[in-house]
Ligand binder design. Structure first.
Ligand SMILES: Cc1cc2nc3c(=O)[nH]c(=O)nc-3n(C[C@H](O)[C@H](O)[C@H](O)COP(=O)(O)OP(=O)(O)OC[C@H]3O[C@@H](n4cnc5c(N)ncnc54)[C@H](O)[C@@H]3O)c2cc1C
Length: 435
């Protein structure tokens, strides 16, 4: 299933395994809904909203312009698999040709810097301005600065692309040397994009060490959080059993500064750790276009996302009507993932089409969140949650089951079947977003 047709969409509505988020009433394609929508960011949120605005808008679809700083998007999803050469970077790199030729999205390469919501104009760094009726921002994340941290030496690899390649090269060099050493990975305080990601990465590197047989080498995972953020059973088993003696997991350790030349991490309690390979993932911030244009009223808040109405992802900040934030930069409290961003994008597309026609919003949106991850090079696991709009709190809450009051469902064990499903799930998500 590359693209959700109206028939498929109806069939899938309410199914937690479906990729589709589910506005309860599908758009009528007859009334006029023309208008101009400009989308910033061509990743999982932005590419999806651009595609579905055109697809669901039908004959009266708005003119949609997608702006991205790069000609192609490199997916973070599966990027941990590039580190051990299970996947190539090119296999997770996507251009915007399909969005242009199949759906009539106009693509503009450029960096958006600011917007004037009175004049309804978006400005790009090269001086171009783009007029809009609705502006959708899906710029992903930025990082909080850490003293001494230089990404050209100490990669985060938390935005895929050259940073992924740099970490891959450092790991390959480490693996080819005969001396033992430590790979240190630091995970920041939640909320972060892909809360399972640091643990998956620790397992990927531990698996490389285990398979190669590199005695005395370890992965030290310094986690700022008091415990494993997600897939607690899977990763507890992985750390204590599968990779016992290789992964050294240390919760509640926060990075204060980094010596990038000597690959040393200094913690807030004064300890120092020196690494052969150092991978520091800093705490996150909303993307600059969101953060520096007044959409995050409290820049010091633990929830660093922009406040939005989850019925249409419109900013709740005064004067920002018609500005929508989706993906990692929004602050609904839903988990931050590509699958979630894809679902939010569909709710947002549906809502904008309704707004352009003066129709009421769908009052019952749901957004599915699923992650499939590897644990070893042959086993994998998954995590799944369905978020639904709660009219009482006006927020998205987890749908719970009688036998699972948390609303978060985790694979009972890491298996070979789950490993295979990583590729079906991600192929489906990639196609739904970019094809
Ligand atoms: C290692 C790793 C593994 C992951 N695995 C999973 C997984 O298994 N499942 C899952 O659901 N999620 C996963 N994620 C998370 C997922 O990648 C993100 O949550 C998702 O990409 C967020 O989508 P987005 O649209 O907000 O941002 P992105 O997909 O990051 O897209 C942002 C885009 O905006 C562009 N941009 C930013 N600012 C500007 C600007 N000012 N002007 C123009 N363009 C701009 C960027 O170039 C980029 O293309 C993983 C993340 C990591 C790091």
């Amino acid at each position: 299933m590359n693209t959700l047709s109206r028939r498929h969409f109806l069939k899938l509505a309410g199914a937690s395994a479906a990729l589709a988020a589910t506005p309860s009433i599908l758009r009528a394609q007859s009334a006029t809904s023309n208008g101009r929508v400009v989308v910033v960011g061509g990743g999982f949120g932005g590419a999806t909203v651009a595609k579905y605005l055109r697809l669901w808008g039908g004959a009266n679809a708005p003119q949609v312009t997608l702006v991205d700083a790069n000609l192609k998007h490199v997916s973070c999803i599966l990027s941990n698999m590039v580190l051990d050469n299970t996947r190539s970077l090119s296999s997770i790199t996507f251009g915007y040709d399909n969005l242009q030729t199949k759906y009539g999205v106009k693509f503009v390469q450029g960096k958006a810097t600011s917007f004037d919501n009175v004049k309804k104009l978006l400005k790009l760094a090269n001086g171009t301005t783009l007029a809009y009726d609705h502006l959708v921002l899906s710029p992903g994340i930025d990082f909080k600065p850490i003293p001494g941290l230089n990404f050209s030496k100490i990669p985060h690899a938390w935005q895929a692309g050259p940073q992924t390649t740099l970490l891959q090269q450092q790991l390959q060099q480490f693996m080819s040397s005969s001396s033992p050493g430590n790979v240190i990975i630091t995970a920041p305080l939640a909320p972060i994009r892909c809360p399972i990601g640091p643990y998956e990465r620790a397992c990927t590197v531990a698996d490389m060490i285990k398979r190669k047989g590199k005695p005395g080498s370890k992965v030290i995972l310094l986690d700022a959080n008091p415990g494993i953020m997600a897939e607690v059973n899977t990763f507890t088993t992985a750390f204590n059993k599968t990779f016992a003696g290789i992964i050294d997991y240390r919760p509640s350790v926060q990075v204060a500064s980094v010596d990038s030349d000597r690959r040393i991490v200094q913690t807030t309690t004064g300890s120092e750790f020196q690494a052969s390979v150092l991978n520091v993932i800093p705490a996150h911030l909303a993307g600059a276009i969101v953060r520096t244009n007044g959409l995050v009223p409290d820049l010091t808040a633990a929830n660093w996302g922009a406040p939005v109405n989850p019925l249409n992802y419109e900013s709740t900040v005064s004067g920002m009507s018609g500005v929508h934030i989706i993906g990692d930069s929004q602050g609904t409290g839903m988990s931050k993932g590509g699958h979630v961003a894809n679902g939010e994008a569909k709710v947002c597309a549906d809502a904008i089409l309704r707004m352009l026609k003066g129709e009421a919003l769908d009052m019952g949106p749901t957004v599915p969140a699923a992650c499939f991850n590897s644990v070893t090079s042959t086993t994998g696991s998954w995590l799944s949650t369905l978020f639904a709009y709660d009219p009482v709190t006006k927020s998205m809450i987890k749908v719970k089951a009688p036998d699972n009051p948390t609303g978060t469902f985790e694979a009972p064990a890491a298996t070979g079947d789950n490993y295979e499903r990583i590729f079906d799930w991600s192929a489906n998500l990639f196609a739904d977003t970019f094809a």
